[in-house]
Design a protein around this ligand. Structure first.
Ligand code: SF4
Length: 258
């Protein structure tokens, strides 16, 4: 039944009396129909439609359905509105993507996305997927501790459990500095996006007592040295500064000890 100053509009599967002269968005919201919106404010008279979130599918009379912003329309006789069609969902996703590009961490946007099941791309994680870290770890370090995986449909660099030797090479080559090496007293932590790649105790330099490298890295260096440079095979027990300073004496010291 039509009330005074109202217009009957078919909204999804019901006919609602929406106030004449007010926007379709206001009428739908007042009638309790959930519609995502951001740039509408009841204290402001003129709608702008800039956020585009309130897009609905509208047809009037014999005209085919069109996606339109509800805040820019007024209820009309013979109007039919769909608020939950595939076209509406696609329009909402497009609008939300544009908004999140400008404010990727905005809590209100993410809340609206969750409330209306609007699929959103994950926020940028700082990694540009250049694969330098994965390649250097596999090809040069020989640890193969990183791989390009997929989580929630998104490709991302992830650790291979138990393979990291804590050398820090991946962090050194990372062009965006998203991989971190953090030495906490006697422990070295390698991480990406806050996720731990490897956690290792740090060995002590036999020259100066400084903690400088991980035992796994020193073992790897030792094996390489034995293979390629037998004359310097014990230099890895010294930090780079001491190895340099003692370079003439290291062989003698280590020869004496062993
Ligand atoms: S720190 Fe770990 S993940 Fe990074 S290059 Fe070295 S072994 Fe590979």
């Amino acid at each position: 039944m039509t009330g005074e100053g109202s217009i009957p509009v078919r909204v999804n599967d019901r006919v609602l009396d929406l106030p004449e002269g007010r926007s379709l968005l206001e009428g739908l919201l007042e009638a309790g129909v959930p519609i995502p919106h951001l740039c509408h404010h009841p204290a402001l008279k003129k709608a702008t439609g800039v956020c585009r979130l309130c897009t609905v599918e509208v047809s009037v009379g014999d005209g085919g359905p069109q996606t339109r912003r509800a805040c820019l329309l007024k209820p009309l006789p013979g109007m039919a509105v769909r608020t939950e069609s595939a076209a509406v969902q696609a329009a909402r996703e497009k609008a939300m993507r544009a908004l999140l590009r400008q404010a990727p961490q905005a809590e209100r946007l993410l809340q609206i996305a969750a409330q209306f099941a609007i699929r959103v791309d994950p926020a940028p994680d700082g990694c540009i997927r250049c694969l330098l870290c994965e390649r250097i770890c596999r090809e040069v370090v020989g640890a193969a501790a990183l791989r390009l995986g997929k989580r929630g449909g998104v490709r991302l660099i992830e650790p291979v459990e138990g393979r990291c030797i804590g050398c820090g090479t991946c962090a050194n080559v990372c062009p965006t500095r998203v991989i971190h090496v953090h030495d906490e007293e006697a422990v070295r932590v390698i991480s990406i996006r806050g996720e731990t790649i490897g956690r290792h105790p740090l060995a002590v330099c036999e020259g100066c007592g400084k903690r400088f490298a991980t035992p796994k890295f020193l073992d790897a260096a030792h094996h390489r040295a034995v293979d390629h440079h037998p004359d310097v095979k014990e230099h890895h027990r010294f930090c780079p500064e001491c190895a340099k300073r003692l370079s003439g004496r290291v062989s003698a010291l280590t020869t004496r000890r062993y």
